[in-house]
Design a protein around this ligand. Structure first.
Ligand SMILES: *Cc1c(COP(=O)(O)O)cnc(C)c1O
Length: 365
């Protein structure tokens, strides 16, 4: 195994003017930098050699196992321009570790964490001109692993590709943070005990799209998932974790559903638990039911709810709808706890506040 990445630069890298044009209003996940990293795996030989090369289509055998049986996992983390012009990633080591948790669940090979980080280092260094500078903007990094063996027998592939893409991303909410309306899904579940809920695998997303579509049809932005057994305990919102804010005897308490195996253990979720405690809030991981959500709002004990994840950071939930009625949260507006935690996290990521946890990994500069 080698963690070195060969460099084969693109013959058609964008000119500065073309790059600037493409980076105007980049949105999320729509434009990509000049290069990508590709590392093959062969059973018996392991990983390598890795190449950084021109961004472009992959040639794949139509019998490649990923196309039939879905061995596909991914990650998402961000690189941020710092005040001194350097570039740093937020907790990429945590993403590297989670990538391997996902890989094991899908019977895929571990990718050495050093290789994951070396790929990020190589790509961000080469394409650093694509890192946007404004607060809220970032270079979104998308690692993925797919099974590529051309064989239709149902078994783990003996060949894989690790691929790393980079996508300049604008502020997720260019017009300011806007609370979302959510639909509590009672017809579909995202993940069940013993399933793949804790893994960041493509299939979880494929299975979620019809519920997301239903939520849209109900006039909602996002779907809220319940546990598969009782259909009562809240798990996640779309591809984000959830937090609930209570005021109890003058104390602010933030509650997030505990990790049961069917929830994705978000790195933003984990970071916010730490940051919330540092703000003097009590932070709890426990089960919370739909009926608790409804009654805590009705009784005024719960004052806010918000979702969190790498892409959108923090998204307040302003309104909840379900087949059994709905309710409004904080008058449909962003609450102070969500706003505060969001600001703290963004300041840290952009180097505007000291990184007391060692979460920022300097890549360039
Ligand atoms: C990626 C993801 C999250 C958020 O994880 P972060 O590490 O905070 O980005 C939450 N839920 C699901 C289903 C996800 O795929």
């Amino acid at each position: 195994m080698t963690t070195s990445i060969q460099i084969q630069l693109s013959d058609h890298a964008a000119s500065p003017a073309e790059r600037a044009a493409r980076m105007t209003n980049p949105g999320f996940g729509r434009i990509f930098t000049d290069h990508m990293v590709v590392v093959p795996y062969h059973e018996g030989q392991g990983w390598g050699p890795g190449v950084l090369k021109a961004y472009g289509p992959l040639a794949m055998d139509p019998a490649a196992s990923v196309l039939h049986y879905g061995q596909a996992i991914f990650e998402g983390f961000k690189a941020f321009k710092q005040q001194d012009g350097s570039v740093a990633c937020f907790r990429p080591d945590a993403n590297a570790r989670r990538f391997n948790v996902s890989a094991r669940r899908l019977a895929m090979p571990d990718l050495p964490e050093e290789l994951f980080l070396a790929a990020a280092q190589a790509l961000i260094t080469q394409d650093q001109a694509w890192v946007p500078g404004a607060v809220g903007e970032s270079l979104y990094m998308r690692p993925l692993m797919i099974g590529t063996e051309a064989a239709l027998g149902v078994k783990p592939s003996n060949e894989y590709l690790f691929i790393l893409l980079a996508s300049p991303s604008g502020a997720y909410f260019p017009a300011g943070v806007k609370p979302v309306t959510v639909w509590i899904s009672e017809d579909y579940v995202r993940a069940a005990p013993g399933g793949t809920g804790f893994a960041k695998c493509a299939g979880n997303y494929a299975a979620s799209l019809v519920a997301q579509h239903q939520a849209k049809g109900e006039g909602c932005d996002q779907v809220v998932w319940l546990d598969a057994i009782h259909r009562e305990y809240i798990e996640e919102m779309g591809g984000m974790n959830l937090f609930f804010v209570y005021q109890e005897n003058g104390e602010t308490v933030v509650v997030t559903p505990e990790l049961t195996g069917s929830l994705l253990p978000g790195i933003t979720r984990d970071s916010l638990l730490t940051l919330a405690r540092e703000q003097g809030f009590r932070a709890e991981e426990r089960r919370i039911s739909v009926s608790e959500w409804r009654s805590a709002i009705a009784e005024g004990r719960m004052t806010e709810a918000f979702a969190c994840g790498t892409a959108a950071v923090i998204t307040p939930v302003g309104e909840v709808k379900s087949a059994r009625g709905g309710w409004t949260i904080h008058g449909g507006q962003t609450g102070p706890v969500a706003a505060k935690l969001r600001q703290i996290l963004l300041d840290l990521q952009h180097g505007l506040a000291p990184d007391t946890h060692g979460w920022m990994k300097k890549i360039v500069g």
